[in-house]
Ligand binder design. Structure first.
Ligand code: UDP
Ligand code: MG
Length: 345
């Protein structure tokens, strides 16, 4: 893996950004320093995922500082972290693509480690966080979820799915960008395409400033994306549970029938019956919800709405006309290169 020529970037860094005004300056300084030290041509693609603070202005200023190295994609609204990365993936020019968070929880100084692992011949470099610095409840939720994922999806071999500082070969990124899914989980998607993945430990820091965009509800929704996107295990679990409960109920009915014949009519045990009924109703509702999670996503996919909408792109070269060009993305292959600072409606 060597650069095609000196002007082509060799490393592409893709960063989703949502309300990170306090972190961007430090991110810029530390990231460019770490990358300059590697002495390889690189580019940084930052996607503004519908920020409502000063993030857009700061990103524009960063682009102005290094117009040939820093590109900015601006979404029309908030489409989620993974879609923000996907938009970057569709436009990368490097051979080694690295994703990371904008809040400096993933230290840019660790990038060299990932590049070395890629150069050793791996096509995906997974990571786990050493000394993870997050709130206690996040650590607990993560631990529990990682265990559940291992149990439900044993084929996804990764220790820590939540760490976004990862490296992918361009081949894998192109494959990911060509899938048209509107809900996805990038580290898991990469593993389904990887031929020779590896895993390294990377440092982890506390959020530099600002607050996490994820509360418990968002975290649960996000994890449903992972589970439903890469496994039908929950559906199979309900089928198996249904079979088991049907068998038990059959035995129970026979028992009640015999009891009725031997002992005559009786009204005791009504509350036990209620308890059993409520338990079963609970399971049925949960199962229905689970099926709904899949159907909702099928519905989302069949409508074929754009999975994200780009308002404008700031990049320095390879300008093309904007007039009449759609900046709505549905699939890979329709990347647009837009003149710096031009604005679409
Ligand atoms: N992010 C995003 N869109 C969102 C939520 C988050 O682009 O809707 C970005 C955010 O700016 C950060 C990364 O995704 O760069 C991880 O988000 P955050 O730090 O809030 O998550 P946590 O570290 O708490 O899991
Ligand atoms: Mg974070």
């Amino acid at each position: 893996m060597q650069p095609v020529n000196q002007t082509d970037p060799y490393i592409s860094i893709v960063i989703p950004v949502h309300n990170e005004q306090e972190n961007l300056e430090e991110l810029y300084t530390r990231l460019t320093q770490a990358l300059d030290q590697l002495k390889k041509p690189y580019e940084i693609i930052l996607t503004n995922d519908g920020s409502t603070d000063k993030t857009p202005e700061i990103l524009q200023a960063l682009h102005a500082r290094r117009p040939h190295q820093i590109r900015v994609i601006e979404f029309n609204g908030n489409f989620g972290q993974h879609m923000a990365i996907m938009a970057g993936f569709e436009r990368v020019r490097g051979q080694i693509i690295i994703t990371m968070d904008a809040d400096l929880q993933n230290p840019p100084e660790e990038i060299g480690k990932l590049v070395a692992a890629m150069e050793a011949g791996h096509d995906v470099v997974n990571t786990h966080r050493l000394n993870r610095q997050d709130s206690l409840w996040r650590l607990k939720v993560s631990k529990w979820h990682n265990k559940l994922r291992e149990w439900m999806m044993p084929k996804l071999k990764m220790e820590d799915e939540g760490c976004m500082l990862r490296a992918y070969h361009r081949r894998i990124v192109d494959l990911m960008a060509s899938t048209e899914e509107s809900t996805t989980f990038i580290p898991a998607l990469a593993l389904t395409y990887a031929a020779n993945p590896t895993e390294v430990g990377v440092a982890h820091a506390e959020r530099s400033a600002g607050t996490s965009s994820y509360n418990l509800y968002k975290l649960i929704r996000y994890n449903f994306d992972l589970v439903t996107g890469f496994s039908v295990f929950p559906l199979q679990m309900f089928t198996m549970m249904g079979v088991l409960i049907s068998m038990l109920s059959f035995g129970f009915v026979i028992f009640l029938l015999l009891r009725r014949l031997i002992m005559g009519p009786e009204v005791e045990g009504v509350f036990t019956l209620f308890a059993v009924a409520f338990f079963l109703i609970g399971i049925v509702l949960f199962g229905l919800g689970m099926v709904g999670e899949y159907i909702g996503r099928i519905y989302q996919e069949v409508r074929k709405r754009p999975r994200f909408v780009i308002r404008r792109i700031l990049e320095a070269n390879q300008a093309q006309t904007l007039n009449g060009e759609r900046l709505v993305n549905q699939s890979a292959g329709n990347a647009h290169d837009v003149q710096a600072n031009e604005i679409t409606p």
